[in-house]
Design a protein around this ligand. Sequence first.
Ligand code: ADP
Ligand code: GLC
Length: 489
Amino acid sequence: MRILQVSAELFPLLKTGGLADIAGALPLALMAAGQDARVLLPGFPAIVAGVREQAPVAEFNAPWGERFTLRRGHVAVSGTPGIPAYVIDAPALYDRPGNPYEDTARQPYGDNHRRFALLGWAAAQLARGLDPSWQPEVVHAHDWHAALAPAYLHFAQQAGAPRVGSVFTVHNLAYQGLFAPWNFADVGLPGPAFQMNGVEYHGQLSFMKGGLCYADRLTTVSPTYALEIQTPEQGCGLDGLLRQRSGVLTGILNAVDDQVWNPATDPALVQGYHTPEGRHMAGKARCKSVLQHQLGLAERPDVPLFILVSRLTEQKGLHLVLDGLDALLAQGGQLALLGSGEGWLEEAFRQRAAAAPQSVSVTIGYSETLAHQLFGAGDVTLVPSLFEPCGLTQMYGLKYGSLPLVRRVGGLADTVVDSTLEDLASGDATGFVFDRFDVAGYERAVRRAFALYQRAPDWRRVRGHAMRRPADWGTAAAQYIDVYRQALG
Ligand code: ADP
Ligand code: GLC
């Protein structure tokens, strides 16, 4: 099958969150399964710089009349022929400071509706033959940034264009791409698209609804989140539409890219390590002591090191970590955090590190290397999210033997098994899970982590089991291929 993946980010070229990890891993997994997969990306500077051997494919007009060029090249990935990639060459739209979505003052760019309509638009042009040598049979759009692609395909087919299957994946329903209604005139959809069963949302233009209403098949990134978004509590105002479309909605759990996240081969670690049965773990102890030294923490092999790698936003439940920090430190634990995001959270964590530098380390910023080192060194990975479509850091925690401590929500509920007496006895336990989104629930889970840590043989057993847990991409790719077939059928 010829499959076009459409996303705003792709690891290793450009990443602000988990979307990039998935957008980078899925095409490789599809190719490994014998599929003909390509990606379409906006020409952000990091993408233009990273896509190799680019050559122009064709020029095309945006719906508002500007003319742009589509280029083709590939994303190099060692040990593979690389991922064939189309890049939208539009420096006027994409070559800007800040992150892909916001300026340096963290304000969304005023023309984001154009910047991301163009992504979906170019996907639809490819589906209609913009590259005469390759036409997708299925277009797979990720998140609101790419969500107009299924809408364009739907209306093109209504006007007689050949059928192309469309799949839309929700990575996070909380970010919907909402714009003032007058922007609708720019995006090139026919008038009837601006209605309740289309891209209109309480009078605004909703990109997310373009995907949810018009894609042939919908997926989201865990089975539990697929159910949660159909409820008023977690539906972000779209639960009614999602219930209506539940027959075409599937939850496919994200997986871990073994080439990027593997403690046995990870070049960021001072010494690799691996299990069977939790043996060959000397490298992990070394990673811990080296990192403690590097971060200025007390070099204590005997105290549990809690780690956190995260966007600092309300979604991630980080006030629980702040409120529970005294108790964590009183029990002798250490905390090492890497993150960036909301100013008040950055400042609150900075202050806690300044007050107890031997026990709390806070790095504000973005570092792929330090992220890997934290998973390598950590004993417990904290993910106490308010909501979590899938979550990747708990899976990296599993893989690196840094046991996840998570709230039972979304993909966290699908990937971590609590260390209850029964699950310890059966050997299924992989971490610590709490239910209520409050400090008491979080602190009880932290106490359970300390209790297990005191029982070294049990800790090692759970860790060995956790390290074999995370799902592999082969399984997820097979599920996506199934969904593509349904979209075509
Ligand atoms: P989300 O996509 O909601 O941010 P995920 O857990 O799915 O959450 O993915 C987060 C990804 O971003 C992981 O790969 C994580 O390691 C990475 N990450 C988050 N913050 C940072 C940071 N400050 N530095 C490096 N990597 C980070
Ligand atoms: C989103 C979600 C996260 C998920 C990621 C990749 O950013 O917040 O839970 O793991 O997408 O699907």
